[in-house]
Design a protein around this ligand. Structure first.
Ligand code: HSE
Length: 420
């Protein structure tokens, strides 16, 4: 077989490591792929000697005669990354990308183009970095009807929540540490707002449930205080950013939100930048766990995509041809659930009674109420409540009333409690 000729656009941490591994592990990769893999061109903002042609305009990679695979590692949902992937497919090149926001936004269009052209659009590194979930869903589990997905898909926010719990530091301090460690996205808003996890969950839902990509409700971790983490812990829970989805007949729903999960659960026990993906069908339960952020695990995924292309593996982008992906029908069947509620009130007689009355007026039954010891310097007192199962609408009403109450001095927070 002639060598497979690849070009890389974007030499950030993943791209730079990939260049190094393609050189250092050339023999090993050639053995796995049963042919040589040759890096023939790169496009980088800071030119250096990469041992291959350095191209200023990444779009030129799409048209180079000697390139068989374009590897897009620039990031960004729109602009140059989108243009490059489209142009590469249009010019008959296979594409590999780690760009979840691009796929979440334009995945249908790009998958259709790849299929029309008979080309691969591979993205193993885009969802859970070091966990081979695209391969698992497109190949190993393709014959299984999955009906529930429970995941932790953003390593940075998991790291932040673990740091807040272990080191008793604030959200801002933990975010700064995550950035120093190089885990956070260039725009950390994507990590902490839940958007990065939502991009990944959209792709997972399409792969697991065979539906077209569509938007899902998303809430981040910005409003969580270390106080909440401590109180949840005392009640037997960890706070995690959970991305979950379920299929009920033809209806499919999904969401990204912080949740209280039992301390003994697999999700609660995931540490640092680990990702967890638990998949359920009527007869099976499978849980995959591994590194979800960082250059090394991501480059593993890209290398696997390269080897698949070199071996001649051709699979529909989302497991089945785009035409066969069902529209996502949504019918939210509201289910009662227990909630954690935290309010900061004025430290004076009657505050607690006022809150209890307000909850009763909203028809919310409380399972427990606690007031952690007061910090003498603070003028405010936190009150933490656990509710009995209640519809979320009632929690929303209570939050609005709490926010408007005279005794409440900061925006209240509600977090859903996962079923055991
Ligand atoms: N910023 C991402 C995360 C990196 O923290 O999970 C991998 O997609």
């Amino acid at each position: 077989m002639p060598p497979l000729k690849v070009a890389i656009a974007g030499l950030g941490t993943i791209g730079a490591l990939l260049v190094e591994r393609l050189t250092r592990q050339a023999e090993f990769i050639a053995h796995a792929a049963a042919r040589q893999v040759e890096l023939v061109a790169v496009s980088a903002r800071k030119p250096r000697d990469y041992g291959s042609a350095v191209i200023n305009n990444p779009l030129d990679l799409a048209q180079r005669q000697n390139v068989g695979v374009v590897i897009e590692l620039m990031g960004g949902a729109d602009g140059i990354a989108h243009d490059l992937v489209k142009a590469a497919l249009a010019h008959g090149k296979h594409v590999i990308t780690a760009n979840k926001s691009l796929l979440a936004e334009h995945g249908m269009e790009l998958a259709q183009l790849a299929e029309q052209q008979g080309l691969c659009l591979n993205y193993e590194a885009a969802i859970a970095s070091g966990i081979p979930i695209v391969k698992s869903l497109r190949e190993s589990l393709i014959g299984i009807e999955i009906n529930q997905i429970h995941t932790i898909l953003n390593g940075t926010s998991n790291y932040i929540l673990c740091q807040m719990a272990d080191e008793k530091i604030s959200f801002q301090e933990a975010l700064a540490t995550a950035q120093q460690q190089g885990y956070a996205e260039a725009d950390p808003h994507l990590d902490i707002s839940g958007e990065d996890a939502a991009h990944k969950l959209k792709l997972l839902m399409s792969l697991a449930f065979g539906c077209r990509l569509s938007d899902i409700p998303t809430q981040g971790i910005q409003d969580i205080h270390s106080l909440d983490i401590g109180l949840a812990h005392q009640m037997g829970y960890a706070i995690k950013l959970i991305a979950h989805a379920q299929k009920n007949g033809e209806y499919i729903s999904g969401a990204v939100r912080p949740m209280l999960v039992p301390l003994e659960s697999r999700l609660a026990q995931s540490r640092g930048t680990h990702n967890v993906i638990a998949l359920y069908s009527h007869h099976n339960h499978l849980c995959l766990e591994g590194e979800g952020a960082g250059a090394y695990p991501a480059s593993n995924g890209v290398l696997a995509d390269i080897v698949d292309i070199a071996r001649g593996m051709r699979l529909p982008v989302f497991g089945v041809p785009v035409q066969q992906l069902a529209p996502r029908l949504v019918k939210e069947q509201a289910q009662p659930s227990a909630f954690y509620l935290r309010v900061l009130v004025m430290d004076r007689a009657g505050s607690m009674a006022g809150i209890a009355q307000l909850m009763a007026a909203c028809d919310i039954s409380l399972a427990s109420v606690s007031q952690p010891p007061l910090d003498k310097k603070e003028q405010s007192a936190p009150i933490a409540m656990m509710t009995h199962p209640v519809l979320e609408d009632k929690i929303e009403q209570a939050l609005a009333k709490l926010a408007a109450s005279q005794v409440v001095i900061a925006p209240p927070l509600a977090i859903k409690i996962a079923d055991g």
